[in-house]
Design a binder for this molecule. Sequence first.
Ligand code: ARG
Length: 466
Amino acid sequence: MKLWAGRFSKEADERLNDFNSSIRFDSRMYEQDIKGSMAHAQMLAAQGIISAQDAAQITDGLAQIYEELKSGRLEIDPEAEDIHMFVEQVLTARIGDAGKRLHTARSRNDQVALDLRLYLRDELKEVRALLLALIRTFAEKAAAHTETVMPGYTHLQRAQPITFAHHLMAYASMFVRDVGRLDDASRRMNQLPLGSGALAGTTYPINRQLVAQKLGFDGVMSNSLDGVSDRDYCIEIASAIATIMMHLSRLSEEVVAWCSWEFKFIELDDAFATGSSIMPQKKNPDICELVRGKTGRVYGDLISLLTMLKGLPLAYNKDMQEDKEAIFDAVDTVKACLATVLPMIDTMTILKENMRAAAAKGFINATDCADYLTKKGVPFRDAYKCTGALVAQCISRGLTLETLPLADYQAAHPAFEADVFEAINLETCVCGRISEGGPAPCEVEKQIASIRAFLDALEALRIHDS
Ligand code: ARG
């Protein structure tokens, strides 16, 4: 019998039951549902809306249900409509009338809004911890490679010399912004929707501040209609996660290239690569390709949420039940990707010599050659043109700027002297790029230090909090 059976004269059709039910995917919120109900019951008692005795029975009953669900002794009923109904029904079967009083001054509309916020708050802590661990991995790997010269690319064409550390720290910076986005979303989400009722609040003298305090919210949502209608937090979180995935996907794309025979800048650890069923020589970067593929899925989750909401009048509409699978999938996916990418990056071997060899080809010091002339007083545009001609000459003669004889330099421009070879030396080119944020080892060390300080400060805060 349904909890809402009073109004109905017939049992629901089996097909409706299946279609309507969300227990398959919302049972994962049982802990949050129970926590929320406990806080609600205690508030009801504190306000004299139910008796202290009923509240105690409810709290004990819920605590027991929680323990049993956690240990697996109590199984979720797949026939239940959703986790909220399931918990309330089990409670009522066990404690009788007190259980029937739990839903006083509450609706499933504000209950589900509460549960989802609590659930996502817990999940985001995990996503954040994984992200921070990944940033740490990047910073530590970078610290070991501040002098590992590699080509920097534009249009996937060798462009200017950088270091592997510089490249890694670019990703660290991206992931630091991702932490900020998660924190922003978490902060905005941390407002209590409970007490909004179905949509129009309640006539009971509830105390929303007390519930907010018990559940660790920063405040209460200021409008009951908004309280039950709002899923902005799902969209913000999905969007932040989509951005993390986009970053992971760009990284994956690079790792795929780097471990190809064409680049061979890195070698993945055997434990984080896969083989082919037919080609015995293959060692494939499947993790990277899966991350790239899953990024599309997470974008889909974000678009599902946006589209699901765009036509909805206030307040709750059943369409909103569709929020959960999308946001859960986004969260599950990003966690799985972060947890797998981290050890893959941590264990890969860096083939420095190959990076250095690639940097030596492709004229990535041509800008430095032009800058050499410019520093001798030649206007940059003239220096640029002259260097371009030298590059063309090298290409046709099978030479590099390092191997072109001085006489040919001087024939191209009288300002060239023997020190040009020092100026276009790759190490000189990298070490000279001392502009803030540049690839010079001293600059990248500053980037690493600042990210380490950021991580250490958060770590200290976490230890302090727990
Ligand atoms: N299972 C529902 C959901 O996930 C709970 C809210 C139901 N509210 C309602 N008025 N039917 O959205």
